[in-house]
Design a protein around this ligand. Structure first.
Ligand code: SAM
Length: 395
């Protein structure tokens, strides 16, 4: 299907949905009672996201937020409240009907928040050609939109262009556990249903990384639909446009604390738990980001950790039989590769089949934020218990 045709069909579909107020897309977990206190019902009922703008929790007063594919404006209005009257929010969308509803409600929301005038503006524009100046945005959000854009690499490049150095994104979107086959890609209706244009998690993160973002990591993942054996799930990802690194820092070494026993960071450097690794100023900047900092001890002198040190973390599988129940774990950053203490090697975005013991390990606090887990069995599996040898033959 030609790109223009996809875009027109998607826009027509969302224009129609906005006019009728019909329900579309996926479950979200907004606190509707809270939002109803300042956002009109007309906006709330055409909320078509697939996540909640978790990144908004990181917003500070005075910041500039950009929402790509802002629809009726729900996330822009939440951002408006958080950045306060000195902040600025820009929503962009390609669909006039959506823009009209969002613009009509902006002064109502401003009045409900007690602002003298609205700090939100809605601009007509495309995700792959964002009508915003270079390097001006602190936080980019987007809720279930980029899957609808035919040229996602262009969208990711545009995001990087408009982000300030030190800026960040938090994006909720639909991804798939395997490439979407051509018979779905060429089904116009399934484009608007957020299915045809879904990338694999690997390609999604690679696209963001290719544009220049680093520290990319998972904030949330929830299963959504299985169609013809393809698992579609919603992810919320965060990443950073790092500021220029400083050669002034006296940090020279990073020592991996765990729980991973080995990781490869996004600059391609391998870290083994407990062993100090000399690092460059760029790596200092990357490893200091919130999503990575808790995994490392950064130091000016080489620092070795062993199991007796409180900073060393590890989670071992139970010494008991396990079952295979259809679970697959996908590492979703902030590393491109990581190993656990039971011989598994996880590569970013690639599903790895795991047994019940490994599932329990991955569900612990240190691991859980880094994995999306799906169950490909499609039905409850009792599974015969398998006993591991000491070398870990089952898992
Ligand atoms: C699934 S809705 C999500 C709307 C909003 N983010 C929300 O959470 O309610 C998708 C929105 O993105 C817009 N959109 C889709 N593709 C776009 C593109 N390539 N450029 C700009 N807007 C786009 C549609 O017009 C629609 O308003």
């Amino acid at each position: 299907m030609p790109i223009d045709e996809i875009t027109q069909k998607v826009s027509d579909r969302y224009a129609q949905a906005a006019s009728t107020g019909e329900q579309m897309c996926c479950p979200t977990s907004y606190d509707m009672a809270d939002l109803q206190s300042f956002i009109p019902e007309e906006v709330l009922k055409i909320s078509y996201g697939c996540g909640t703008p978790a990144g908004l929790k990181t917003v500070s007063p005075g910041e500039t937020v950009l929402d790509i594919g802002s629809g009726g404006g729900i996330d822009c209005f939440e951002a408006s409240r958080l950045v306060g009257p000195t902040g600025h929010v820009i929503g962009i969308d390609m669909t006039d009907t959506m823009l009209a509803i969002a613009r009509k409600n902006a002064p109502v929301v401003a009045a409900n928040l007690g602002y003298a005038s609205s700090n939100v503006e809605f601009r007509k524009g495309m995700a792959d050609s964002i009508p915003v100046n270079d390097g001006t945005v602190d936080l980019i959000i987007s809720n279930c939109v980029i899957n609808l854009a035919p040229d996602k690499r262009k969208v990711f490049r545009e995001m990087f262009r408009v982000a300030k150095p030190g800026g960040r994104f938090t994006i909720s979107d639909i991804v798939a556990d395997q490439p979407v086959p051509q018979y779905l890609v060429h089904d116009a209706e399934k484009w608007s249903d957020c299915l045809s244009g879904a990338l694999t998690l690997t390609d999604y993160i690679a696209g963001m990384a290719g544009a220049g973002f680093l520290g990319i990591h998972l904030t949330k993942a929830s299963p959504w639909q299985v169609i013809d054996g393809i698992h579609f799930f919603s992810v919320t990802l965060t990443g950073y446009k790092l500021p220029a690194s400083s050669s002034q820092s006296d940090i020279r070494y990073a020592t991996l604390r765990g729980p991973f026993s080995r990781v490869v960071d996004e600059l391609g450097m391998t870290h083994l738990r407990g062993i100090p690794q000399p690092i460059t100023p760029d790596a200092v900047c990357l490893l200091s980001q919130t999503s990575l900092a808790s995994h490392f001890v950064l130091s000016s002198e080489a620092l070795w950790l062993d199991q007796t040190d409180d900073r060393w973390t590890a989670v071992y599988p139970a010494d008991a039989p396990c079952t295979w129940q259809g679970h697959f774990a996908m590492l979703a950053g902030p590393f491109i590769e990581a190993s656990d203490d039971d011989h598994h090697v996880y590569r970013r975005g690639e599903p790895v089949e795991i047994c019940s013991k490994t599932l329990r390990v991955i569900e612990t606090d240190g691991y859980a934020p880094h994995f999306a887990i799906i169950n490909r069995a499609g039905r409850h599996v009792g599974g015969d218990a398998v006993t591991c040898t000491p070398n870990g033959s089952c898992c």
